[in-house]
Design a protein around this ligand. Structure first.
Ligand code: APR
Ligand code: PHB
Length: 393
């Protein structure tokens, strides 16, 4: 039997950042990941970091590539009824910015930090199982590089995303599930082209939502609302561009910069929270505990906030045996999680079109958008949620 202080299941942003924070606090951990390093580092997900996430990465020594390569934006554009409105979030929030840095770049930086620390990530681990979850002595078993391994832990961190084993290791009925699914999805694609705009464009159109995001000077990320059953291959490049042009049209003739499309994916949309986020010495973090629709780009940021709370609680426990922070973990995280859920739901319903919408809903959406871009109070509320509510102090 091997031993570690914290067994971490999953090497996504949550698991990797937790391992990094624990290492800096002198706490030992081992990370188990079912996929290969190349797959983990190659998964395309959202790319917006809250100010608090950026600060955390910088403060803990993993922000230097981000500082060189990320785009820092003052705000975002909202486009509706043929017109574009800029929301200057930096001015509205006393200096907080919108950082564009893809999730897989954060993941690569954290995998590098782990390697530099000389600590293990067991990639391509299979048959991962958690034992004695509810007890004070949990353990993990897994197969790695053809070898059966067993790991005794003080704590297990379930950072294995929506479909991982951690949550399913809990006894039936231990968690309450709060869920809302949406009758639409996002069609996401990468484009080999220059950026279409200097900042992100969120567009509401009668044909449905569209989003112009970015990655680098030569690669862009865009999305449009589609049916959840849509097949990516049913969409040729010409059809995608015709749809994007229609949804993004403005009275002054603006058009997106087109280019070769290199990746197409349909992303389902749902809001999901499991409560509580802990049982015994098992703690869930990130997507294992909650999922947001991508509209507010909160997924990675919530994962970062969770593991910051968890790392601090563990540090307190190892420093003076005080379980107070650990016991309060779930309630502390859920306060912030529910606010991010509220924001993501609000932004989703503000910008998307639903089959069941009537002319009432259409006019209500347009009135709300018009109010938003003309009221400083409404814009400030939007901005402070978008750049990120405060992390736990
Ligand atoms: N054993 C080991 N690893 C597993 C298992 C398992 N049984 N099941 C899943 N995993 C791994 C996945 O392969 C993945 O790499 O756990 C990791 C979970 O990572 P994410 O899904 O990225 O979740 P999280 O770290 O919580 O990050 C949240 O990522 O999913 C996005 O939109 C989400 O941006 C948000 C962020
Ligand atoms: C992205 O760049 O992938 C992205 C940006 C903003 C969002 C969601 C996704 O709201």
């Amino acid at each position: 039997m091997e031993r570690t202080q914290v067994g971490i299941v999953g090497a996504g942003p949550a698991g990797l950042l937790l391992a990094h924070l624990l290492h800096r606090a002198g706490i030992d951990s081992l990370v188990l990941e079912s996929r290969s390093r190349a797959e983990v580092e190659g998964t395309v997900r959202a790319g917006v970091l809250e100010q608090g996430t950026v600060d955390l990465l910088r403060e803990t020594g993993v922000g230097s590539r981000l500082d060189r390569e990320a785009f820092f934006h003052r705000g975002v554009y909202l486009r509706f009824a043929g017109r574009t409105h800029h929301i200057d979030m930096q001015a509205l929030t006393g200096g907080k910015r919108v950082t564009l840095y893809a999730q897989q770049e954060v993941v690569k930086d954290l995998v590098d930090a782990r390697a530099r620390a000389g600590r293990e990530i067991a990639f391509e681990a299979s048959n991962v199982a958690i034992h004695d979850v509810a007890s004070g002595r949990p353990s993990l078993s897994f197969t790695h590089a053809g070898r059966e391994r067993r790991l005794a832990c003080d704590f297990v961190a379930g950072c294995d995303g929506t479909h991982g084993v951690s949550r399913h290791s809990l006894p039936e009925g231990a968690l309450t599930r709060h869920e809302r699914t949406y009758p639409f999805a996002w069609f996401g694609f990468l484009v080999e082209a220059a950026p279409s705009a200097d900042e992100l464009i969120y567009a509401r159109h009668d044909r449905g939502f569209a989003l112009v995001s970015m990655r680098t000077r030569t690669l862009q990320r865009m999305y449009f609302q589609c049916d959840p059953s849509e097949e990516p291959d049913a969409w040729s490049e010409e059809r995608i561009w015709a749809e994007m042009r229609a949804r993004l049209e403005t009275s002054d003739g603006w058009k997106p910069v087109e280019g070769r499309i290199t990746q197409k994916v349909v992303v389902p949309m749902r809001s999901l929270v499991f409560e509580p986020m802990q049982l015994g010495n098992l703690f869930l973090a990130g997507d294992a505990a909650h999922v947001v629709p991508p509209t507010g780009a909160k997924g990675l940021n919530l994962a970062a906030a969770d593991v910051r709370v968890l790392a601090r609680a563990m540090q307190r426990f190892y420093a003076d045996g005080d379980r107070g922070g650990l016991d309060a973990y779930s309630s502390k995280c859920l306060e912030r999680v529910w606010k991010a859920q509220r924001f993501s739901y609000w932004l989703t319903t503000l910008l998307h079109r639903s089959e069941s919408d009537t002319s009432f809903d259409r006019n209500r959406q347009l009135a709300e958008l018009d109010y938003l871009v003309h009221s400083r109070a409404a814009m400030t509320s939007f901005a402070e949620n978008y750049v990120g509510l405060p992390f736990d102090e």
